[in-house]
Design a protein around this ligand. Structure first.
Ligand code: ADP
Ligand code: TRP
Length: 321
């Protein structure tokens, strides 16, 4: 069963990304046949600064490898190192009705926000379909916001197969509803667009300040707090501390006597401890850019070996060959 997903290099990753997307992807490696790529072509629809793109692409590669992506088990590459995806984009796009693309939520949302409508933004779902179809993908784990794109991918694969005969594998979306939404510093969903993130990696003093700055209510430490399970720091602590430790803090908060400052201090220490091994690994990798580059290049070679077979099939089916 081939699993594939892409990560757009548009900023630093936060613990919402980690618990919602990265950890499940890393765990899925136990089942094998995982294809994970850095969607740098996709970043072109929103990022126009070359240095920024390079920095984010390199940063995301380090983040994933540091967090446990195993490049021996999984195929991990930079999308643009397999430019064949652009050829398949054209083949599929030529069969895709305008109406289908006009209905894409992401296009409608972005243009409604005033982002100028360019061809790339409009064609994004076709490129995403090509990403998926080029590798005979069966499962695509994505957040709910990407579900429509995977459904469009299915439509495009079916259209291609109707036009040219059975050629492309029709994939299934795997929607991670079971993963609870990780709340941000303000209690809303943690998201880079809301400025409420706790990064996975970053400066210790800055991150300590962010966590110590979480707003709590004005009840005194001595007061019992019957709603302790809903406390934001407790919810975050559950992710980064052993279950028994988180429960102990929750019980102490409920009973009264635990101050919010001490609770936040504990949250910071457990959060910082949780990523200690990954942080050391990331520093090691960052000092060795040639190794990281060789991982991505090797991944591209392995990805291309699959892509070239599928592309050949599509070229033959469509009469290009
Ligand atoms: P952001 O909202 O910060 O821009 P993305 O949309 O780039 O994050 O999300 C990348 C992946 O991380 C998606 O699979 C998404 O479902 C997951 N993810 C993002 N934020 C959270 C969160 N707060 N809780 C759980 N998963 C999340
Ligand atoms: N569009 C996805 C996002 O913004 C990233 C992505 C690009 C992707 N190509 C993909 C995800 C293919 C899954 C499969 O999150």
């Amino acid at each position: 069963m081939r699993t594939l997903t892409g990560i757009t290099p548009s900023g630093s990753l936060h613990i919402g990304n980690y618990f919602g997307a990265m950890r499940p992807a890393i765990e899925a490696q136990a089942q094998g046949d995982c294809f994970y790529f850095i969607a740098d072509y996709h970043s072109m629809t929103t990022v126009t600064n070359p240095a920024e793109r390079r920095t984010h692409t390199r940063g995301i590669a380090l983040d994933w490898l540091a967090c446990g992506l195993d490049p021996q088990t999984s195929v991990f590459w930079r999308q643009s190192d397999v430019p064949e995806v652009c050829e398949l984009t054209w083949m599929i796009g030529s069969l895709t009705p305008m109406g289908l693309l006009e209905r894409a939520h992401s296009f409608k949302d972005k243009t409604a926000k005033g982002i100028p409508a360019n061809f790339g933004l409009f064609a994004y779902p076709v490129l995403m379909a090509a990403d998926i179809l080029l590798y005979d993908t069966q499962r695509v784990p994505v957040g709910r916001d990407q579900k429509q794109h995977v459904e469009m991918t299915r439509d495009m694969a079916i259209k291609f197969n109707e036009a040219y005969g059975e050629t492309l594998v029709v994939p299934e979306p795997v929607i991670r509803d079971e993963v609870a939404v990780v709340p941000g510093l303000d209690g809303q969903k943690m998201s880079k667009s809301y400025g409420n993130t706790i990064e996975i990696f970053g400066d210790e003093a800055v991150l300590r300040k962010k966590i110590m700055g979480i707003k709590m209510d004005s009840r005194t430490p001595a007061e019992p707090k019957p709603d302790a399970d809903k406390n934001l720091a407790i919810q975050l602590l559950r992710l980064v501390a052993p279950a028994a430790v988180a429960l102990d803090y929750e019980n102490r908060l409920r009973a009264g006597g635990l101050g919010y400052g001490d609770l936040k201090k504990a949250l910071f220490e457990h959060y910082w401890g949780y990523f200690t091994v990954a942080r050391a690994r990331r520093a090691e990798l960052a000092a060795n850019p040639d190794y990281v580059e060789s991982v991505l290049r090797d991944g591209a070679t392995r990805a291309r070996a699959v892509a070239s077979v599928v592309l050949k099939r599509a070229r033959k089916a469509s009469g290009l060959e």
